[in-house]
Design a protein around this ligand. Structure first.
Ligand code: IPE
Ligand code: IPE
Ligand code: MG
Length: 251
């Protein structure tokens, strides 16, 4: 078939060349900070602090394993439903770890990128984040994508709206809208296809994370709470990925 009605995504095309043992793009729903703290009789913020250390370990493990892109779900568009205190703690920790780890990003040649709507965190944090993105843009060992105030449904609504506006202005014919046209408007447009999506803490749901991008990603759910996630846990998810046989609808 030269022009199938449903075209495979970019991942599928790549797979024709054969299965890769190491995923190029890994995303993680970092969940379980609150439960980690509760089990120790600590406030939730202590769990978020411990979670930030897990980010550091995982970033290093991903770079060492040759992963190209690590995308981390740090704050969802629904996390505003938490108490003002918790949101404020999370913003404070983001600021603190950004300052503390910027040197590490440079030393380890990690490029920082953001997806979501981080401007909602206020000018102070947003300007500092944008500056870190700019300062690390030429690093090429690992791309660390942090999802901040990210929601997949809002991302898709944004793409739909942009396409509708272009059609209304007569710039495009709606009949020409295809998978690539939608992908070109997603926050992940410059990233390789998502290969592996991991969620910690035993919850088995996506919580509005990368719904489109996960179309053919391998999913791994682990009971480990995010603050306990370490090099060995990351290696175990990569081993699980390597055992999977990806088919993309083929045989
Ligand atoms: C994940 O841990 C961190 C964020 C969502 C910011 P949680 O805070 O959701 O921890 P649990 O799910 O309550 O244990
Ligand atoms: C998902 O975790 C969001 C992040 C990890 C940032 P949540 O803890 O917010 O998800 P739900 O509420 O359990 O679905
Ligand atoms: Mg949670």
């Amino acid at each position: 078939m030269s022009d199938p009605i449903v075209r495979p995504g970019r991942s599928a095309e790549r797979e024709v060349e054969g299965q890769k043992a190491t995923p190029r793009h890994v995303a993680i729903i970092m969940d379980g900070n609150g439960r980690w703290a509760a089990r120790r009789g600590l406030p939730r913020v202590a769990g978020h602090r411990a979670g930030a250390e897990a980010v550091r370990r995982t970033m290093q493990a991903a770079a060492d394993a040759g992963v190209e892109v690590l995308t981390l779900y740090a704050f969802s568009s629904e996390n505003w439903r938490r108490s003002e205190d918790e949101v404020s703690d999370l913003k404070g920790l983001m600021r603190f770890y950004l300052e503390r780890e910027l040197g590490t990003l440079q030393k380890e040649k990690v490029r920082l990128k953001l997806i979501g709507e981080p401007a909602a965190f206020g000018n102070d944090l947003y300007d500092r984040l944008s500056q870190a993105v700019e300062e690390t843009k030429d690093n090429d060992r690992l791309t660390l994508v942090v999802a901040l105030n990210y929601g997949s449904q809002a991302e898709l609504v944004g793409a739909a709206r942009a396409l509708a506006e272009r059609a209304k202005a007569g710039e495009i014919d709606p009949a020409t809208i295809d998978i690539a046209a939608v992908e070109s408007l997603l926050h992940t447009r410059d990233l390789p296809p998502l290969d592996l999506l991991v969620r910690t803490s035993g919850e088995v749901r996506l919580s509005n994370f990368l719904l489109w991008q996960a179309a053919y990603a391998e999913l791994v759910f682990t009971d480990t709470l995010w603050p306990d996630f370490d090099e060995a846990a990351f290696a175990a998810t990569l081993a699980e990925f390597a055992r999977r046989q990806r088919r993309f609808g083929g045989r």
